[in-house]
Design a protein around this ligand. Structure first.
Ligand code: NAP
Length: 395
């Protein structure tokens, strides 16, 4: 494959590190030209030394200075910082592709900058599509770029869709592992700790997405992501719990054929697919052995215990800026849970209550969406205080 120049937004995160592992395994196929990180300067320094990118960005000026002091004076890497720095890396002239792997709403503007400068996007930051799916898809069309999903479910759907015509698709089925609390009763969910919630049974991921997987909000965000990526009616996007995480998702066609993509749960598989599309890399990763999988099971999600999935469907059904409100409130609530300020079932309550208090706003432009995100953070902080005080028995 022809050498591709890539920039990675969020290189110090779980996805970012896996992208660099893939890039390091195929030095003839990929050159890393840009990196961005938040605050993990020690790891970023190692990455700069290993890949010598042209430019790196960090969250704050102080972090930029710390990194500069750690690198040799001879280093060719330009160091920038903040939102502007992220956008500079995202639009680096030398890059062919940008991997969007910052966590949360902070990923939106750099991803937009990359699209507007004509880069193909390998998208892990699902929040970009949750917040501004309609506008982002318009930008993707306008700038003639490819948007390739890294999420394993969406990678599976993209691959399954290649088996037929778009107009012959009848259903998309997203699989969900069900998270660490799949079999826990409603009462016990009040007592789970952040440590237990962070311990995902099949995937090793960042903190925020691990909590989202435990509440099933992650699947809700993915339904919204699929809605925008694949342009399928919401009523034709379904979720099935599949605890083994082997069948990554399925597409049903009008003739009744169901096409699925299977594989071991390792993010380097969908990352490789997005980075090398339409070619495939010989990853050398462990092969799937169906005889070693004792059993593949599927069940309906329990939306009584895990209400976040229903709330996410409601947000996209309402439309406009409501999915951005959902996302912002969820980020606030997840952070509060990780800080020990909220009980696990209250995360979803904060999100639903914040949505109920916010007025509908059309998603006319990115400024309006960012304003809705901002207002939702303020409102959800108020809701959070009220909910955290409530007796669990009231809920
Ligand atoms: N992990 C997975 O397996 C997986 C699978 C599918 C999709 N995704 C999606 O991929 C995205 C990244 O997930 P992750 O698990 O890799 O997250 P993560 O491990 O928490 O990494 C997040 C990355 O974003 C950076 N970052 C955080 N806040 C930032 C800010 N305000 N400004 C600039 N950079 C910031 C972090 O930098 P520092 O660490 O240096 O502070 C880090 O590089 C999420 O949208 C997630 O939903 C992840």
């Amino acid at each position: 494959m022809k050498n591709k120049k890539i920039s990675i937004l969020g290189s110090t995160g779980s996805i970012g590190k896996n992208v660099l592992k893939v890039a390091a395994s195929f030095p003839e196929s990929f050159t890393v030209v840009g990196l961005t990180a938040g605050w993990n300067i020690d790891l970023l320094r190692e990455q700069v030394e290993a890949f010598s990118p042209l430019m790196v960005s960090v969250a704050e000026e102080e972090a930029a200075e710390k990194l500069r002091a750690l690198l040799p004076v001879s280093s060719r890497t330009e160091i920038v910082w903040g939102q502007e720095g992220n956008e500079q890396v995202a639009s680096l002239q030398d890059a062919d592709m940008v991997v969007s792997a910052i966590v949360g709403a902070a990923g939106l503007l750099p991803t937009l900058a990359a699209i507007r400068s004509g880069k193909d996007i390998a998208l892990a930051n699902k929040e970009t599509l949750v917040m501004a799916g309609r506008l982002i898809m318009d930008e993707v069309k306008k700038h003639h770029v490819r948007l390739l999903p890294i999420d394993s479910e969406h990678s599976a759907i993209a691959q399954a869709l290649e088996a037929g015509r778009k107009e012959d698709v009848s259903r998309i089925i997203l699989t969900a592992s069900g998270g660490p609390f799949l079999n826990l009763d409603k009462e016990s969910l009040w007592h789970v700790t952040p440590e237990q919630a962070l311990h995902h049974p099949n995937w090793d991921m960042g903190r925020k997405i691990s909590i989202d997987s435990a509440t099933l909000m992650n699947k809700g965000l993915e339904v919204i992501e699929a809605y925008w990526l694949f342009d399928v009616a919401l009523e034709n996007i379904e979720v099935l719990v599949h605890p083994q995480s082997i069948v990554h998702s399925l597409v049903e066609f009008v003739d009744g054929s169901v096409v699925a993509q299977l594989g071991i749960p390792d993010m380097r598989v969908p990352i490789s697919y997005a980075l090398s599309y339409p070619e495939r890399l010989e990853t050398g990763l462990k092969r799937l052995s169906l005889t070693e999988c004792s059993n593949l099971s599927f069940l309906e999600p329990d939306t009584q215990r895990f209400t976040a999935l229903k709330t996410a469907y409601e947000a996209i059904r309402i439309g406009g800026c409501m999915p951005a409100v959902l996302n912002a409130a969820n980020e606030v609530a997840v952070a509060a849970f990780l800080d020990g300020k909220l009980k696990f079932p209250q995360i979803s309550k904060v999100v639903a209550e914040t949505m109920a208090r916010m007025d509908y706003k059309e998603d006319t432009d990115f400024e309006t969406i960012l304003a809705a995100d901002h207002m939702a953070r303020i409102e959800s902080a108020v809701v959070l205080q009220e909910i955290a005080k409530r007796n669990t028995a009231d809920d």
